[in-house]
Write a protein that binds this ligand. Structure first.
Ligand code: AMP
Ligand code: MN
Ligand code: MN
Ligand code: MN
Length: 306
């Protein structure tokens, strides 16, 4: 025999679509996701994700459950958080990866944000009441896990009541600046968010940078300030980025010598345009945020899962 037949597995590997095994941005019922942490982890593992970061808004409450489920499913769980920040009169989100959830400085910072969230949710309820929507806070609270209420919970509630067709329209009509349910307020300062994340042993990542609708120069100012404050990475691949965004953010990460991250920003299986396990690979030339990860990450993981 002079020819070895090409085995089907080799062919299959060549033609199979390559998805990124890392998903470093996701939400559970601990914030505004619809799946409990353990269910999210199981679905991610079934979809081919090997390393998942749970990054709920302003809380690490879901990490312990997620870490236990990740152990069972045989995947790695990176403890994370998505911190709400007000920068230059705009809300931006900073993801912390590999944070120690029990770190006191981080806990206190997030606690303050959650207190503001609580007050804001009641205030959104009062404002919607004036706009003719009674009991909005109570109903939104019922859509949440009872501790953290986000605008997403108001949106789901208004869709379920049949008042608005879909969540996007709720935001547009009720929850953004200039609309009846909008409540202005200050989230964390950029420097504080980075300080909490770093003190808790994590890496800071600018979440979905292409989504802020900033001018190019303002976005560059954000990234440059973030870098000066010691920020490590930006999301190049995100569930809310398109192909052009991948390209532009890859270039930006290289120009500013920042690491590149990839995360779906998964919230719910009902959201058909963001699926688990379907993120493309990072563009060539990007240095992955996980390139320096090794033992300590896993030591931290096993400490959490006990
Ligand atoms: P909050 O942090 O409570 O202000 O809520 C922000 C969350 O609302 C984001 O993380 C998204 O999950 C969601 N969100 C923001 N804008 C929109 C939109 N236009 N349509 C649907 N969901 C949105
Ligand atoms: Mn969200
Ligand atoms: Mn976000
Ligand atoms: Mn998010």
């Amino acid at each position: 025999m002079f020819f070895t037949p090409v085995s089907p597995p080799a062919l299959w590997v060549q033609s199979a679509p390559m998805f990124c095994p890392y998903d470093l941005h996701s939400h559970s019922t601990a914030s505004d996701g619809t799946l409990p942490p353990a269910v999210l982890v199981r679905l991610a593992a079934e979809a081919g994700v090997r390393v998942l970061a749970l990054t709920d808004h302003d809380t690490t409450a879901g990490i312990e459950e997620a870490a236990g489920a990740a152990d069972d499913a045989g995947i790695s769980l990176i403890p994370g958080v998505e911190v709400s920040v007000t920068w230059s009169r705009q809300t931006v989100h900073i993801v912390g990866l590999g944070v120690e959830p029990s770190h006191q400085g981080l806990r206190e910072g997030l606690q303050e944000l959650c207190e503001f969230r609580h007050w804001r949710a009641e205030e959104i309820g009062r404002r919607l009441h004036k706009a003719g929507i009674p009991d909005a806070y109570e109903a939104a609270l019922a859509h949440s896990n009872g501790t953290l209420v986000s605008r997403t919970h108001f949106a789901r509630m208004l869709v379920q009541r049949g008042i608005v067709e879909d969540e996007r329209r709720v935001f547009k009509r009720y929850l953004v600046e200039g609309k009846p349910g909008h409540v202005p307020g200050e989230w964390a300062k950029l420097e504080d968010a980075l300080a909490w994340i770093h003190a808790a042993g994590g890496q800071a990542v600018v979440a979905h940078p292409a989504r802020y609708r900033m001018t190019r120069s303002k976005l560059r100012r954000l990234i440059s300030e973030f870098r000066e404050l010691g920020g490590e990475a930006i999301e190049v691949i995100s569930g809310s980025h398109n192909r052009d965004d991948y390209h532009n953010m890859a270039k930006l990460s290289q120009e500013f010598e920042l690491l590149a991250s990839a995360g779906s920003d998964f919230h719910s299986p009902e959201n058909p345009w963001v699926a688990l396990g379907r993120l493309p690979l990072l563009p060539v030339g990007c240095r992955p945020v996980w390139s320096g990860w090794h033992q300590p990450e896993h030591a931290r993981l096993s400490r959490i899962t006990g």
